[in-house]
Design a protein around this ligand. Structure first.
Ligand code: MG
Length: 255
C-alpha cells in the first residue's frame, strides 16, 4: 500500500514536470544581464587585447625592477626583445597581481650548449613571494630533445607538475606560454583557505590543466604554503653556463 502511494506520488510529480516542460518557452532560459564588457582582441593571436596591461612591448623595462633591491631592471633590451643579464639576477614586475591571464614569449639562443637543467634554464614565477627564487615557478628550459627530470622540464610547475605533453620547439625559435593563474587565499590566522591553481598552454598546447599547487615551488624539499598577498611576476636569471635566452611580448589581464 505504502509503495503504491509513493509510486502514485512520483508519477504525478513527473507528470507535472512534463506539463511544465510543455509550457516552457525558449525565452525562459535566456540571460540578458550582466553584459560582458567589450574587449578588442589583438590583431593576431598572441597580441595584447585592449584591456591588457602590457609588461614588455619591446621598448623598455619601465614595468620591471630588480628582485634583489627594487632598483630599475638591468636586463638587456635590444631589437624589440629582452635578454636575460645573468650578472644582475632575477627581475620582477613593479605591479602586484592576484588572479590573471598571462601571455609571454621566450626564445633560446640558436647556438645553445649544455644539457639537462643546465641548458637554457630560466623561469616565470607566477607569483614572486620574496628574494631569489621564492615563489611559484613555471619552468623555462630548452626541452627539445633535452632529457631531465620530467617535473623540471619546460611547461612544468617546478618539481610539482609534469607537463601533459611536450610541444617544445628547437632552440632559436620563439615559443609561447599562456597561463591562467589563480592565486592562493589565506585565512586571517595565516592558514591556507584555497590553494593556487595554474592552467598553462605551451605553444598553444595544454600542458597544465587547472593544476592545484602544493605550495611555492622548491629546489629542495616538500612545498608548504605561507600566507601572502598580491605578488609581482618574476623572471629568472638562472646560474647555468648557457647563453642567455630572450623574452618578448609580455602582457597580463587581471581576472
Ligand atoms: Mg628555472
Amino acid at each position: 500500500m505504502k509503495y503504491r502511494i509513493i509510486l502514485t506520488t512520483l508519477m504525478a510529480g513527473s507528470l507535472l514536470m512534463a506539463k511544465a516542460q510543455d509550457k516552457a518557452k525558449p525565452e525562459d532560459t535566456e540571460v540578458w544581464d550582466p553584459i560582458p564588457k567589450v574587449v578588442t582582441p589583438g590583431e593576431h593571436c598572441g597580441d595584447a587585447p585592449s584591456d591588457a596591461i602590457v609588461l614588455f612591448d619591446g621598448k623598455n623595462l619601465d614595468e620591471w625592477v630588480q628582485n634583489s633591491d627594487g632598483s630599475p631592471a638591468k636586463w638587456d633590451v635590444h631589437d624589440g626583445i629582452l635578454t636575460v643579464n645573468k650578472n644582475y639576477g632575477n627581475i620582477e614586475t613593479k605591479r602586484k597581481f592576484t588572479n590573471y591571464q598571462l601571455h609571454i614569449e621566450w626564445r633560446e639562443p640558436s647556438d645553445l650548449e649544455g644539457e639537462g637543467q643546465g641548458r637554457g634554464n630560466s623561469g616565470v614565477f607566477l607569483a614572486s613571494i620574496g628574494k631569489g627564487d621564492a615563489g611559484y615557478e613555471l619552468q623555462v628550459l630548452d626541452s627539445y630533445k633535452n632529457k631531465t627530470y620530467t617535473n623540471g622540464m619546460a611547461g612544468s610547475l617546478y618539481k610539482q607538475a609534469i607537463p601533459l605533453a611536450n610541444p617544445a620547439r628547437p632552440d632559436g625559435q620563439w615559443q609561447t606560454y599562456d597561463v591562467i593563474w589563480t592565486a592562493p587565499t589565506f585565512n586571517e590566522d595565516g592558514s591556507l583557505k584555497t590553494p593556487a591553481y595554474a592552467t598553462v598552454f605551451f605553444n598553444g598546447v595544454l600542458v597544465e590543466d587547472h593544476f592545484e599547487l602544493k605550495g611555492p615551488t622548491l629546489y629542495i624539499g616538500k612545498p608548504q604554503y605561507k600566507a601572502h598577498g598580491p605578488s609581482p611576476i618574476k623572471l629568472q636569471a638562472h646560474g647555468d653556463k648557457s647563453k642567455p635566452l630572450s623574452f618578448r611580448n609580455i602582457w597580463v589581464r587581471e581576472l
